[in-house]
Structures are given as structure tokens and as C-alpha cells.
Design a protein around this ligand. Sequence first.
Ligand SMILES: [Zn+2]
Length: 307
Amino acid sequence: VGGTNLKAGLSDGSGLVAVERIPLRWESPEKFAGDLTALALALTAKAGIGQDQVASIGVGVPGQVDSRTGTIVRTVNIPIRNLPLAALLKSRWDVPVYLGNDADCAALGEYQHFAGEGMESLILVTLGTGIGTGIILGGKILRGVNGCGGEGGHMVIRQNGVPCTCGRKGCWERYASASGLIRMTREAMADCPDSVMWSVGSQEQADGRTAFEAAKKGDKAGLRVVEEYIGCLAEGITNLVNLMQPDVICIGGGVSNEDDAYLLHPLQEQVARLRFDQMAERHTLITKARLGNDAGMLGAALLGRAQ
Ligand SMILES: [Zn+2]
């Protein structure tokens, strides 16, 4: 379940064999459940398999879910509150139904990919409008007592810093998300009228690539933004390393597509310098996420195994 679309994939356990997508039009719980069921049925038709060959349905939701009762507690963009979605879907198609938070589903998808390399614990950090984090330990999602566990984006890295949507100030996602990067870029443009960053036209046209592109041309203001941004990213990643010491932390979202020389490598160097475990022989691998936009669907399909 996305903000504007419903996207579904049929997984055979190792990859997606069919994908369908329709626009999300929220009218009522019944219409929503009906649309999801129709979408899932369309996948079986597309793949040429029977309904009885489907082992389970997993739904990734942008918000808080109660996985025990199969209820969506609340969502970010859609006016859903306390919706017993699993029961609504089961009344239409009698098959096990599992719900998960979308960041957790994406982490589960990446985890399965890395698990083949002997990784047992993984944190996926997705840099978007905010920062989504999903934590997988031994194949299980860290949900916490209420399904809200693993919200790394709301660790405060600057006391009394930039106000956050959660009510606190100085949360990591206010600095190290794509939105944080764009805010820093626009502020630096205002301070530096002769910066190469102005080649995009206006402050409003600046995006997550603007400062990086300027930095690659040697622009001082662009380099400063990139340095500040990676510093903020490294603070939060180091917090996660110190707290959890997972096998791998992978970085996803649009910003993660930036050249390794400008993003991943300086990030790895800073975390190596900052982390607590200097004397340890093994260290958390910090790398890019591998599955892109498919991670959420692949992970949702695995929810039944991660209970
Ligand atoms: Zn916050």
C-alpha cells in the first residue's frame, strides 16, 4: 500500500513472477479490501496459477500495524484508523493474511537477499521524505511492544534542533533524509549567490542531487552541504551501529543512488572513525540496499515466515 498506488507482486519465494498496480482510491474499508483482493487475483491470472496455489498474502502498510490481530492501527497518508484488514481480506479469500509496516517489509526483503551471504541481522535505512528504518534480527522483525519499534529516523541528533513532525526537535530524519538534504541545499544557496548550485534555476528547483552535482564541479558551497549532510547521516548510522552491532546496515531511497565516491565511501570512513567498537575484529557492513522498489513487495510476501 503506497501513498497513491496499490502495487502487488506474486512471489515464488525467490523473486517476483508477476506485478500489478492500480491507483489507490480510498472510499471505504470494503472497497479497499475489495480492490486489494481483485489485485491479488489479477496476479494469479497473469501468472496462470490457481487461487489454491497461493500460500499466503502479505500486506505492507505505510503506518502502524498490529500484526497479531491483523489490524491497521493508523496510516500516514490515507484516513485509515483501526481497520481489521486481515479479517476483511480473509472473508474474501480464505488464505493466511499477514500485515507489516512498509519499512519493515522492505528490510525483510533485503534481509532475505543478504541472508544467503550468512548475514543474521540487518537494518535497512531508507532516505526519503523522512527516514524509514526496519530492523531484522535472526529473521524476525523488531516490532516492539506496540508495532512501533525500529523508528530510527526519530533519534534526536541535535538537541533543540529543527522541529520534527513527531513533536520533538532535532530528529535524525530532519537532517539526513532527502528533505533534510534539500533544506540544507536551499539554505546554502541563499548564503552563496555565486554558487554553481544556482544553475538549477531557483531554490525551489533544487533537489537531492543539486549539492552533489555542484560538489563534483568543485563548488565550495556544494562541497560544504555534502560534507554537512554526510556528517549528519554518519551520526545516525553510528548510533545504530553502537546500539545494535548488526551484520549489515544497508542504505536505500533516492539519495542512495549517488556516486559511491561522494556518498557511500565517505560515509563508511566517518562511521569507521566514530564507532565505539574500534578494537573489534568484525564490523557492521555498511552498504547500499540492493532490491530497490521491489524490496517492500518481496518482504511482504515473506511476512508469514517472519512471525
Ligand atoms: Zn521526529
